[in-house]
Write a protein that binds this ligand. Structure first.
Ligand code: NAP
Length: 298
């Protein structure tokens, strides 16, 4: 069984992105700028935002951190997004989700200009992705496709099973897998699917994004299948100084006995999500319009 090392792939890609950022600065005097907006102080969100800012700095991308208190009004947040939309030094806008109670996430995402929507969450980008137009691909699904390629798997003609149908992971990754250039046959499972194992046992690759530890176990896999574990779950662990440890949605021990390759948690999908955010920010700075060919980092 092979571990699919998301950290190693992310490090390679971040090196390429940093080189692209340096070239853009040298040739056109443009420094990619990412506005990172955080409302409130949810500890997980604070640590995600910190990680994104560090990654930006390492790649030479300028990040602008904007923190609003939990008591901020939705109008203040929308005005803040509007200012970033209008600022030519900003090429990407990220609003860290989830937002505190009382904010209408859909309205907030809709306020981001599609041309700066480096998370790929606005309806314009989602729609363009579905019809195969140039767009910002959502970071986690795009990172997953890169990881599968990195694992050496040719998806053409293969059966991919996705567990989870969220707008940020399950649905878009299923759409990317089914694109003509990827050409996998896709089954999308969710809580309404009776006997998920019936499908996963026939899968060449299983992508599990349910947010529940143990959703996928070794007895649900075909021997030699590839497992991409998207889940990030905290489970209590008295032996850890933090009092918890992170686990995925796949039961690693049993899946590792049957799979040919699996992503670890942490160190699999997570580093790729941030990497694809940097990628999209560079693409946005490089292209003055929404035209951003998926594999044209130059
Ligand atoms: P989400 O919005 O909660 O969606 C979870 C999906 O999984 C839902 O569609 C749900 O089905 C389905 N589901 C839940 N339990 C299931 C079960 N037992 N069997 C089958 N389907 C089940 O979660 P998300 O935002 O997609 O995130 C999923 C996980 O990935 C979370 O652990 C999250 O932290 C992690 N994540 C990681 C990254 C990263 O960069 N590493 C990025 C994003 C998310 P219904 O629709 O029927 O309710």
């Amino acid at each position: 069984m092979k571990l699919i090392d998301g950290k190693a792939l992310a490090a390679n890609l971040r090196g390429e992105i940093a080189a692209g950022v340096a070239r853009l600065k040298e040739e056109r005097g443009v420094v990619p700028g990412l506005a990172v907006i955080l409302v409130g102080e949810n500890p997980a969100s604070v640590s995600y935002v910190t990680a994104k800012e560090k990654a930006c700095a390492a790649a030479g991308i300028s990040s602008r951190e904007i923190r609003l208190p939990e008591t901020a009004s939705e109008r203040e947040l929308l005005e803040c997004i509007e200012r970033q939309n209008d600022d030519p030094a900003i090429h990407g806008i990220l609003v860290q989700l989830p937002l505190p109670k009382g904010f209408d996430e859909k309205k907030v995402i809709d306020a981001i200009s599609p041309e700066k929507d480096v998370d790929g969450f606005t309806p314009v980008n989602v729609g363009r992705m579905m019809i195969g137009e140039p767009c910002f691909l959502p970071c986690t699904p795009h990172g997953i496709i890169k990881l599968i390629e990195f694992a050496g798997m040719d998806l053409r003609g293969r059966h991919a099973v996705v567990i989870g149908r969220s707008n940020i992971v399950g649905k878009p990754v299923a759409a990317l897998l089914a694109r003509r250039e990827t050409n996998a046959t896709v089954t999308l499972c969710h809580t309404g699917t009776p006997s998920i194992a019936r499908f996963t046992r026939e899968a060449d690759v299983v992508i599990v994004a349910a947010g529940r530890p143990g959703t996928l176990t070794g007895d649900m896999l075909k021997p030699g299948a590839v497992v991409i574990d998207v889940g990030v779950n905290r489970v209590a662990d008295a032996t850890s100084a933090r009092g918890y440890r992170l686990v995925g949605d796949a039961d690693f021990a049993s899946c590792a006995k049957v799979a040919s390759a699996i992503t670890p948690v942490p160190g699999g999908v997570g580093p790729m999500t941030i990497t694809m955010l940097l990628w999209n920010t560079l693409e946005s700075a490089r292209n003055k319009s929404l035209i951003c060919p998926i594999d044209a980092r130059g």
